[in-house]
Design a protein around this ligand. Structure first.
Ligand SMILES: [Zn+2]
Length: 232
């Protein structure tokens, strides 16, 4: 229940959405799903979308995958916009949301006003690059809005014979995403695909496998355990 004495609406029953025990939306009924980006956290004084700053995500699709990702297009406009259109705190804690297979349908049951898959904009390769930069462990690809880089000081070693070459493969693929110079296609990750490891040593020691090298030599980047984007 939200109490909106300031806007004269009185008390309105609302539904919050939690994912991984974190609040994604404080009032699903008050969200304007026709907007792009969409504000998932509405002002808790008046309930109007756009009143409070932050809490915005852009829905994007790629094949049957739906992303709820930071609103890069808006945030790119300047430092005021970067704050005003920042994602909800949820995204900082749990990362961006990728709804695959049946989970978009589940989400739509919770929030019936969510646009149909056909109405959701296709993700651009630039947005995909920024998303992967945003989600990279230890911000190893640099911190948005800084341009894409590889923070060599975080790298312990790679599984390829030459670490410089591994970094070059990664960076050149991400740069081609960023500039939009290559067409990208969604495909599945096969057991025969090569998955070079990047061993990162920061707060933790982790093995990171962002790159997919297909049997035919094409490069790609993993989105989930089972699918990746490759140059087409
Ligand atoms: Zn307000």
């Amino acid at each position: 229940m939200m109490h909106f004495s300031s806007s004269g609406q009185g008390s309105v029953p609302v539904t919050s959405i939690y994912a991984d025990n974190e609040n994604l939306s404080n009032a699903i009924e008050l969200i304007d799903f026709d907007d792009d980006p969409i504000q998932f956290q509405v002002c808790d004084h008046c309930g109007y979308p756009g009143c409070a700053s932050g809490g915005w995500l852009s829905p994007r699709k790629l094949g049957q995958l739906v992303f709820l990702m930071p609103a890069f297009e808006k945030m790119d406009m300047g430092s005021w916009e970067a704050t005003e259109f920042a994602p909800p705190y949820f995204t900082n804690l749990r990362g961006s949301i990728l709804l695959s297979d049946g989970s978009f349908g589940e989400f739509k049951k919770l929030a019936p006003k969510v646009p149909n898959l056909e109405q959701i904009a296709l993700v651009t390769s630039y947005e995909l690059c920024r998303l992967l930069q945003w989600e990279a462990p230890f911000r190893v690809l640099g911190k948005y809005p800084s341009s894409l880089t590889f923070r060599r000081e975080l790298l312990s070693t790679t599984s390829l014979p030459d670490d410089d070459e591994a970094i070059e493969i990664l960076l050149s693929f991400f740069r081609s995403l960023e500039s939009g110079e290559k067409t990208m296609a969604l495909t599945t990750i096969e057991a025969s695909d090569e998955r070079p490891s990047f061993f990162l040593d920061a707060a933790d020691f982790i093995e990171w496998n962002p790159i997919v090298i297909k049997a035919d030599g094409r490069h790609g980047v993993a989105l989930t355990k089972s699918c990746c984007v490759v140059e087409s």
